[in-house]
Design a binder for this molecule. Sequence first.
Ligand SMILES: Cc1cc2nc3c(=O)[nH]c(=O)nc-3n(C[C@H](O)[C@H](O)[C@H](O)COP(=O)(O)OP(=O)(O)OC[C@H]3O[C@@H](n4cnc5c(N)ncnc54)[C@H](O)[C@@H]3O)c2cc1C
Length: 507
Amino acid sequence: MAKPRVAIIGAGYGGLALANILAKAGYEVTVYETHSTPGGRTGRLEQDGFIFDTGPSWYLMPEIFDHYYELFGKRASEELNLTRLRPGYKVFYEHDQPIEVTGDLTEDAKLFESYEKGAGTALEKYVSASAQTYTLAVRHFLYSNFQRVGEFLAPEVLRHAARMTRLAFQPLHSHVARTVADVRLQKILEYHMVFLGTSPFQAPALYSLMSNLDFMSGVYYPMGGMYRLIESMVEIGESLGVKYVYETEVKSILVENGNAVGLEFVNGERVDADIVVSNSDLHHTESKLVPEAYRSYPETYWNRREPGPGALLVMLGVTGQLPMLRHHNLLFVDDWRGNFKAIYEDKHVPDMASLYVCNPSKTDSSVAPKDTENLFILVPMPAGVILSEEEQAVHLDRFIGQFAQTIGVPDLSDRIITKSVFGPQDFLTQYYSWQANALGGQSHILWQSAMFRTPNKSKRVKNLYYVGASTTPGIGLPMCLIGAELVYKRITGDTHSGPVEQIEVRE
Ligand SMILES: Cc1cc2nc3c(=O)[nH]c(=O)nc-3n(C[C@H](O)[C@H](O)[C@H](O)COP(=O)(O)OP(=O)(O)OC[C@H]3O[C@@H](n4cnc5c(N)ncnc54)[C@H](O)[C@@H]3O)c2cc1C
């Protein structure tokens, strides 16, 4: 019997991850990508001897990657040549001494204690609860399409129901403020909310589970750069017979009598398919690729949803060393709340911003020429704000100046030997990103998380699915892996929650 043909729109991490699962399950899979290379937001730029990762740089939730690779009889640590970063990251404050988070809870508890009496024990308790929440989330919520109410009645969930409900309806900041009083420490327990496209003042305290990643499971790096993740996905796909068609932009999904029957490309060509999956931004898929009569989520739906933030990215090659930096560096402004408010509520570009700076040449000499440093600076931006080139340049100079001053390197700008900028406008034109959001989807406020997130299946087209950061379970590379399993479960009619144990090959 002929294999069912699956057409996947987009070679982002989510699309690639799903392609491998379906190919292993016995489907004939083709991935259509508008760009000339795979990866989408997980990109790579080679310039003047530097190799820049242009998107993700934090390899978190290692067990999610481990599980995905095990489905293919492989080990993530070997395929990706992972190294654990110690310290996990360094935090710079505007007016205080920096702090290094080692990733060893005992060490970090001592550090917290040195800042505030009782904060060490408070941290240990906080992280232990965070680990419990994380385990519950992985076992019952993250890998669920929420098709069976029974899942919520699992004894383990019921045992923790009161605590989980409390955490769901309380902002993270209130929860953290009850744990430690020192604002420097509070920021360390809150900054991850940017990874989830939201702010600690809006995100539910359930996301305190992120602290488990910092203090317990650790921060890793694939030697050679994060783009290794994309290469590895494609290697697996090629071995399973996945076909990749680049420089091919999908114009529309062809639908007949409520069934997706294929794709039409911008060049006018068409292909037939038995199943269509879009890894393109969900808003773009629903408002441009799906024919109007078959849209599940019209503009009125999106008007009620909150996008994650935009971003202004700059990649710099700098002469000489920057010994004060670590691989991951976070620069926190004093006006923490005001900075989040500017970006997430008032939606204007702040004068000073909390910044993230990756310096992978600290770990990996292959990403920068000798006696230089590779820097990637991320400035969160309000969603929907598009900057002209001139505005962008002015903001960038200011933020690079802020960075240079905070780390005490006044001549940083003079030491730049190569530079590349990627701004909100680029997210729009390169990824058709809804409201120019950077991370790939809606923010993770409560009403856009778990069962409230836009589902991965069309309501109107029987065999049309969605995968990637803009659908369930959400933003980030590990979430894209889980999301790929969720689509596989939808297609195969598997309604249980929890990770797939093995990929069943179709009869
Ligand atoms: C600056 C930055 C930093 C980040 N940091 C981290 C981090 O440290 N850790 C982490 O885990 N996550 C991080 N993320 C988030 C993570 O990168 C994303 O959540 C993830 O890469 C999204 O993958 P995706 O598969 O959903 O989509 P995308 O990467 O957006 O891929 C979608 C693909 O579809 C293609 N496409 C779209 N429309 C069409 C069409 N019509 N025809 C053909 N092809 C089409 C696009 O070209 C693209 O290749 C970061 C993201 C950014 C931008």
